[in-house]
Design a protein around this ligand. Structure first.
Ligand code: MN
Length: 443
């Protein structure tokens, strides 16, 4: 599972798609993320494509060009003749790697003339399409892998006992709701639910504590059979790639409902995803050692430990979350950054979460989505949600308009971004995950 570097990571290579060479493009030729798009023309079908600069290469079109003849490539490309990435995910890593290398060869500046001419016919402007969910997600699981987030949130709810005794042994998670996953740009309706103020009688109504959660999502590629676990040494072979996840949360509903069985309606009303899935191959240059456990913390149990995961299981990925209120939008003010955090601060790795998930024999399936939990670091400017940033509303955020926010208001838009950078390599990005809040429905 050691990340492999090859010619597709060479920072010197540029693309004949000029926009991909712009230093601020999230999608240079070193990235090549997969997604599902639909042209805005009437009757257009959902298709699988690869992002390159501000374009999409339509992989269905590529099939008819006959550019991808060898076996693994044909396998991968047949799987791309679909309206979701599930079939490509199910193939596992070898066909995906072969496809990446071939796409890199086709799109590089010095590609053969025939490759370049054929691919040119299948390029579409990203501005002309709607991006859809990348996969049909059978199951969505949300973890809680930031010890900083868990400690900060724990302090708010249990000042004397912030971190529960299981935290350093178990990658804590819960089963989320797959039906309410939405793609970037989909508006999010303020949920109503049951809340309780202090000792007053519980009541039902629109949440007054709507929050975002900045998270990393990772998709399962080849699954495991029911009854069989996944050794941690194989875990990354079961991962396809990553996206941004905003796990919207209603804190007042959550606080009243969460004991004893965990989050339920405070989370299940909507979860937003960025549309481009950055593959594990593209992430290879940005892998890091796993989080260094402080002196005195227990070592992971043997089933959650491998030397390779300890040395390369981490990921140097920056998240940025920003907010745009209606007043800011009207005044032409840019979104204000509320937090910047990094995945290398996460207590548990992706491999540990996946291996733990399957350790009881639970079968994970191609296209399942696992999310990391809120990505927060040690400092105040690294908080991945408003609950932490405002200390549950006690310390409101002041926006450039002078407006204050304890939690999200109707019309607020939340924008997540993610990017990797490392000296000696080309920066890559995850694109963005946006969502704006609609008023609650009448009860
Ligand atoms: Mn979450």
């Amino acid at each position: 599972m050691k990340p492999v570097l090859d010619e597709t990571h060479d920072p010197a290579v540029q693309s004949w798609v000029e926009s991909a060479n712009s230093p601020d493009s999230d999608f240079p030729i070193q990235n090549l993320p997969f997604g599902v798009f639909r042209r805005r023309d009437a009757g257009a079908e959902a298709k699988v494509g690869v992002a390159i600069g501000d374009r999409i290469l339509d992989l269905d079109g590529m099939q008819s060009e006959g550019l991808l003849a060898e076996d693994n490539l044909r396998l991968a490309l047949n799987a791309c003749a679909s309206n979701s990435l599930n079939s490509l995910m199910a193939l596992g890593s070898a066909p995906r790697r072969a496809l990446r290398r071939r796409l890199h060869a086709i799109l590089r500046q010095d590609a053969s003339i025939s490759d370049r001419q054929a691919a040119s016919r299948d390029l579409i402007a990203q501005a002309d399409v709607d991006m859809l969910l990348p996969a049909v997600v059978g199951d969505y699981t949300d973890f809680y892998a930031s010890i900083f987030h868990a400690t900060n949130v724990g302090k708010l709810f249990r000042p004397d006992n912030p971190l529960l005794p299981n935290y350093k042994y178990i990658p804590i998670g819960y089963h989320g709701r797959a039906s309410s996953l939405v793609s970037t740009g989909t508006p999010v309706r303020r949920p109503s639910g049951q809340t309780r103020d202090g000792d007053a009688d519980p009541k039902f109504g629109p949440t007054r504590a709507l929050d975002y959660e900045t998270e990393l999502g990772f998709f399962v590629s080849a699954g495991n059979s029911l009854g069989e676990s996944v050794p941690i040494s194989d875990a990354e072979e079961h991962l396809f790639g990553i996206c941004l996840v905003n796990d919207w949360s209603a804190r007042d509903i959550q606080a009243w409902e969460y004991q004893p069985l965990g989050p339920f309606l405070g989370k299940s009303f909507a979860t937003s995803l960025s549309p481009w899935v950055v593959t594990m191959e593209a992430l290879a240059p940005f892998r890091t050692p796993a989080f260094a456990r402080p002196e005195g913390d227990p070592a992971p149990l043997p089933y959650l430990f491998s030397q390779s995961d300890r040395e390369q299981g981490g990921l140097d990925l920056w998240f940025e979350v920003s907010l745009l209120s209606v007043k800011m939008r009207e005044a032409g003010i840019a979104p204000v950054v509320l937090g910047r955090s990094n995945f290398h601060d996460m207590y548990w790795t992706m491999a540990q979460m996946l291996t733990h998930h399957a350790s009881n024999g639970c079968n994970l399936r191609a296209g399942d989505l696992l999310a990391s939990g809120t990505v927060s670091g040690a400092d105040k400017n690294t908080r991945g949600c408003l609950l932490e940033l405002t200390s549950r509303g006690k310390d409101p955020v002041v926006l450039p308009t002078g407006e204050q926010r304890k939690f999200l208001e109707d019309g607020d838009e939340v924008i997540l971004r993610g990017f990797c950078e490392r000296e000696g390599f080309r920066d890559i990005g995850l694109g963005s995950c946006r969502g704006a809040i609609l008023p609650a429905s009448a009860i």
